[in-house]
Design a protein around this ligand. Structure first.
Ligand SMILES: Cc1cc2nc3c(=O)[nH]c(=O)nc-3n(C[C@H](O)[C@H](O)[C@H](O)COP(=O)(O)OP(=O)(O)OC[C@H]3O[C@@H](n4cnc5c(N)ncnc54)[C@H](O)[C@@H]3O)c2cc1C
Length: 253
C-alpha cells in the first residue's frame, strides 16, 4: 500500500507540532505542510509562550493535553536542545484582587512547586488579596518554530506556501487533511466562534526582570525575556477578553 499522504494546513505552533507528531507516530506517512504564511509571520511568532492554561467549561481533555504538552516541552528544556528551541523554566506569581472560585486550578499539579502565596509575599502586592507561586515553562516561539521547521525538513516533510481556499480542494491530492489554520479557520471552515480580540503588548528592555507577574484573570502580565538574547526583552501584555475588533473580517482577508 502506498504511504498515506497527509496535508497539514497551517505553519503556526499547532501546525508544525502536529506535522512533527504525525511523522513521529507514522513514519511511513508522507507529510506536507501547506500554509500561506510561515515564521516570522504567524500569530504564534508574537505569543508570549507561557504555559499557563485557561479553564474552559466543557473542555474535558484540558488536563491531559496540558500534562502531555508540559512533559514534552519539559524534556526539551532539560536537553542540550533547550537554547536553540527556546524552551526554558520560569518562576513567578499569579496574583488576584479577589480570591478566585477555583483556588487550586486543574493544572496545579502539572507545573512545578505550585503553592498559595504567604501573607508576607502578598504584602509585596498591596492591591491583591490572593496569589499563587509556581514554576512553569516558557516557549519562545520564533526559535521554537524554526527548531520545528528544521526537524520537519530533516525527516523529509515538504513545506509549501499556499493559501487553501477550501479544504475539499485537497481531496484529490491527500488521504488525510489536518486543519491547523488558527484564526484563519473562521474563513476556511466558517468557524464563527473564532474571532480576534483587541490587545496590547509592549516589549521593553528590563533585564533585571527574572520572574513573571500575572494578574489572575490573565489580562495583564509581565513576562521575562529570553536570557540568551543579546538584549533580553520583557513582555508587558494586556488583552480585553471578548473585545472584538471591528471590522475584523476585512482585516483577516
Ligand atoms: C500577544 C499574544 C500573546 C500570546 N501569549 C500566549 C501565551 O503566553 N501562551 C499561550 O499559550 N498562548 C499565547 N497566545 C496565543 C497563541 O499565540 C495562539 O494560541 C497560537 O499561536 C495559535 O497557534 P496556531 O498554530 O493555531 O495559529 P497561528 O500561529 O495563527 O497559525 C495559523 C497558520 O495557518 C495559516 N493559515 C491560516 N489560514 C490559512 C489558509 N486558508 N490557507 C493556508 N494557510 C492558512 C497561517 O498562515 C498560519 O501559518 C498569545 C497570542 C498573542 C497574540
Amino acid at each position: 500500500m502506498a504511504a498515506p499522504k497527509v496535508a497539514v494546513v497551517g505553519a503556526g505552533v499547532i501546525g508544525l507540532s502536529t506535522a512533527l507528531c504525525i511523522t513521529e507516530t507514522c513514519p511511513s506517512c508522507s507529510v506536507t505542510v501547506l500554509s500561506d504564511q510561515f515564521s516570522p509571520n504567524t500569530t504564534s511568532d508574537v505569543a508570549a509562550g507561557m504555559l499557563i492554561p485557561h479553564t474552559y467549561p466543557g473542555a474535558c481533555n484540558s488536563k491531559q493535553w496540558f500534562k502531555e504538552t508540559f512533559t514534552f516541552l519539559f524534556a526539551i528544556s532539560n536537553s542540550p536542545e533547550a537554547s536553540e528551541a527556546g524552551i526554558h523554566l520560569v518562576s513567578g506569581w499569579q496574583v488576584f484582587k479577589n480570591t478566585p472560585k477555583e483556588e487550586l486550578p486543574f493544572w496545579s499539579d502539572v507545573v512545578l512547586g505550585f503553592r498559595p502565596m504567604s501573607e508576607a509575599e502578598l504584602q509585596k502586592f498591596p492591591q491583591h488579596r490572593f496569589g499563587q507561586a509556581f514554576t512553569t515553562l516558557k516557549c519562545d516561539c520564533p526559535p521554537y518554530l524554526l527548531w520545528l521547521e528544521k526537524r520537519l525538513k530533516a525527516t523529509g516533510v515538504q513545506m509549501h506556501t499556499r493559501k487553501v481556499a477550501d479544504l475539499w480542494d485537497l481531496h484529490s491530492e491527500y488521504n488525510v487533511v489536518v486543519n491547523c489554520a488558527g484564526i484563519g479557520a473562521h474563513q476556511l471552515v466558517g468557524d464563527e466562534k473564532l474571532f480576534p480580540v483587541r490587545g496590547q503588548v509592549l516589549k521593553v528592555h528590563a533585564p533585571w526582570v527574572k520572574n513573571f507577574i500575572r494578574d489572575g484573570d490573565g489580562s495583564t502580565y509581565i513576562y521575562p525575556g529570553i536570557h540568551r538574547q543579546l538584549v533580553p526583552l520583557q513582555m508587558l501584555g494586556g488583552i480585553s477578553p471578548g473585545f472584538q475588533l471591528p471590522p475584523w473580517k476585512g482585516m483577516m482577508g
